[in-house]
Design a binder for this molecule. Structure first.
Ligand SMILES: C[S@@+](CC[C@H](N)C(=O)[O-])C[C@H]1O[C@@H](n2cnc3c(N)ncnc32)[C@H](O)[C@@H]1O
Length: 272
């Protein structure tokens, strides 16, 4: 067996590991770590070593972080015991002893993390959209501000574009399964959205609503305003460049002018 044991046609709804499917569908920890290093280089002129991954889930970024450099340490924070157990198992199976020692996972609420301050805090895959009103969002951003060392950077992502306001599905055929992003419900009055991830397999079996996200759809200007209200001194947006076909090219740069396209993802760097 090679290092990709799951071959096309092998997975069914019964045999699937939803956390593995999640990582393979929506995460690219290598590019996220690249972005951390780029932002720190451009905004602070140095490289951080001690970071915290809020809403860490399967710990994909945490694992990548400790593999990048022998000095790197990370604290992963999540509320869900089951996903943390999956993550710990993966860490122990895939990382060296030294790397394992440099990643710690805790079951805590990101609102009240009991840990030493760090240089950099991450909140990726829009997880903070779970905080549905401005007061709660500001409470979270203020907690992050407090938990950062002076000169620290908070890195988070945001999504948007005209399609984000629509109830619609988007399918992607991946290696041995189909990933479906289902924007099931959008309420334009209060910004409430309900999004699902479904998976379908070559034998016709399905994992309907494998993941559910009940979020407030925050717009980028609102997020920037709340970060400033929470005490961050400056908030920069990393916007993605495009190739000749107009598709995202994976090259991120600080920008003040984005393109009003149907769908985009951006990174935000908030400086303490
Ligand atoms: C969308 S997943 C994000 C996983 C990963 N960060 C990523 O980039 O794909 C959201 C995770 O946040 C966790 N979560 C939600 N609210 C939380 C809270 N208040 N404190 C800690 N974890 C929370 C959930 O248990 C879940 O694992």
């Amino acid at each position: 067996m090679g290092n990709r044991p799951i071959k096309p046609g092998w997975i069914t709804a019964k045999t699937a590991d939803i956390h593995d499917l999640y990582e393979r569908s929506v995460q690219c920890p290598e590019s996220e770590v690249d972005l951390i290093l780029q932002a720190w280089d451009e905004l602070r002129g140095k490289t951080p070593s001690r970071i915290r991954e809020d809403f860490c889930g399967t710990s994909a970024v945490a694992r990548e972080w400790v593999c990048r450099n022998d000095n790197n340490t990370v604290l992963g924070v999540d509320l869900d015991e089951k996903v943390l157990a999956w993550a710990q198992d993966k860490i122990e199976k895939e990382l060296t002893e030294d790397q394992c020692r440099r990643v710690s996972l805790v079951k805590q609420d990101v609102m009240h993390v009991d840990a030493d301050p760090v240089e950099c805090i991450l909140a990726m895959n829009f997880s903070y959209y779970g905080f549905k009103d401005r007061k709660t969002l500001k409470e979270y951003f203020s907690a992050v501000h407090r938990d950062l060392l002076d000169g620290g950077v908070f890195l988070l992502d945001a999504y948007g574009g005209s399609d984000s306001f629509l109830e619609m599905d988007e399918e992607r055929d991946l290696d041995g399964f189909t990933y479906i992003w289902d924007q099931h419900h959008v309420n334009p009055i209060n910004g409430d959205v309900v999004n699902y991830i479904h998976f379908e397999f070559p034998n016709g079996s399905k994992l309907h609503r494998a993941f559910t996200y009940r979020w407030r759809f925050w717009t980028l200007p609102e997020i920037r305003d709340v970060l400033i209200d929470a005490g961050f001194s400056s908030v920069q947006v990393y916007w993605e460049g495009t190739d000749e076909d107009g598709d995202g090219n994976g090259v991120w740069a600080i920008d003040e002018r984005g393109e009003a396209c149907a769908g985009w993802v951006a990174y935000i760097a908030a400086l303490k």
